[in-house]
Design a protein. Structure first.
Length: 256
C-alpha cells in the first residue's frame, strides 16, 4: 500500500512539473515549414529560404527571421511567424507597412534604422528596436550589428544616403551572416572579416555593377555568397568573377 502511495505521489509530481514547464516554455517553431539551403552552425542548421528580390526568411534554433518582408500576408502564409524582422531601408522593395502589420505579432521584434522607424505606425511601436550604423543588439540568442549601406558613385548618390539605411551582420550559432542591403562596394563592406555567409545586392542604377560586387566579395572573402536583389543584372557575370577565389562558394537562390 505504501509503495502504491509513493508511486501515485511520483506520478502527480511529474504531472505538475510537466504542466509548469509547458506554461513557461514556448512551443518550438516547426522548421519543416521552411525550405531551402541548410548551413551547419554550432546549434543546428541555418535554413535560408528566398522569397522575392530583397525578401527572404531564415530559420535557426527554433526561431524565424524575416528580412525586408514585402508582398503582403500571402507571401508568408506557409511560413512560421517571425520572431525577428530586419528592415534595411525605406524603399518599397524593403519596407511595406501593410505586410509588417500582417505578419508581425506581439512576440515579434523589429530591428530597423531610424529612417524606417519614423515611417512605422504606432501599432508597431512596441515591437521596434532602432539600430544606427555601427550599433549592435543582442536578442533571441543572436546578435545583430548594423553596417552602413549607401551609394558611392556620381549619378547614384541620390538613391541611398550614407547613414540612412542598415546592412546587417547577424551572428548565430558561431556563424556570421552579412546582409548588404542596397549599397555599393563601400569601404565598410570591403573591411568585413570572418563572414561565413553573405547576401550581396547588385543592380543599376540603384546599387552597383556585377564587377563592383564581385570585387568587394573577393576582398572580404565570405565562405558562401548569395547574390540577391539583382533583377536586370547578369548573375553569371558575377559568379564567373568570384570564381577567381575557389574558396568562395556562390549559391543562386530562387529570388525570381
Amino acid at each position: 500500500m505504501r509503495s502504491l502511495s509513493l508511486c501515485m505521489c511520483l506520478i502527480m509530481s511529474l504531472m505538475v512539473l510537466a504542466a509548469c514547464a509547458s506554461g513557461s516554455t514556448p512551443e518550438p517553431v516547426d522548421q519543416s515549414m521552411l525550405s531551402g539551403d541548410r548551413i551547419t552552425t554550432e546549434n543546428g542548421d541555418l535554413i535560408i529560404q528566398p522569397i522575392d528580390h530583397a525578401t527572404f526568411a531564415m530559420g535557426w534554433d527554433g526561431k524565424t527571421i524575416y528580412v525586408d518582408p514585402v508582398g503582403g500576408a500571402e507571401a508568408f502564409q506557409d511560413l512560421p511567424d517571425p520572431d525577428l524582422i530586419l528592415i534595411t531601408d525605406i524603399h518599397g522593395d524593403h519596407l511595406n507597412v501593410e505586410t509588417l502589420e500582417a505578419v508581425a505579432d506581439e512576440n515579434t521584434v523589429i530591428v530597423a534604422p531610424a529612417a524606417v522607424v519614423e515611417q512605422l505606425p504606432e501599432t508597431l511601436g512596441s515591437l521596434v528596436r532602432t539600430l544606427d550604423n555601427g550599433s549592435e543588439v543582442s536578442l533571441l540568442d543572436l546578435t545583430v550589428l548594423a553596417i552602413p549601406m549607401y551609394n558611392l558613385t556620381e549619378g547614384r548618390l541620390q538613391y541611398h544616403d550614407n547613414g540612412r539605411g542598415n546592412g546587417y551582420v547577424v551572428t548565430l550559432g558561431g556563424q556570421r551572416v552579412y546582409i548588404s542591403g542596397d549599397t555599393e562596394d563601400i569601404p565598410e563592406m570591403r573591411a568585413l572579416e570572418n563572414i561565413d555567409v553573405a547576401f550581396i545586392c547588385f543592380n543599376l542604377p540603384y546599387t552597383m555593377t556585377e564587377e563592383q560586387a564581385a570585387s568587394a566579395v573577393l576582398e572580404f572573402s565570405p565562405g558562401i555568397v548569395y547574390p540577391y536583389h539583382y533583377q536586370g543584372s547578369d548573375v553569371d557575370v558575377f559568379s564567373a568573377l568570384v570564381a577567381e577565389n575557389q574558396d568562395i562558394e556562390v549559391r543562386i537562390g530562387a529570388w525570381y
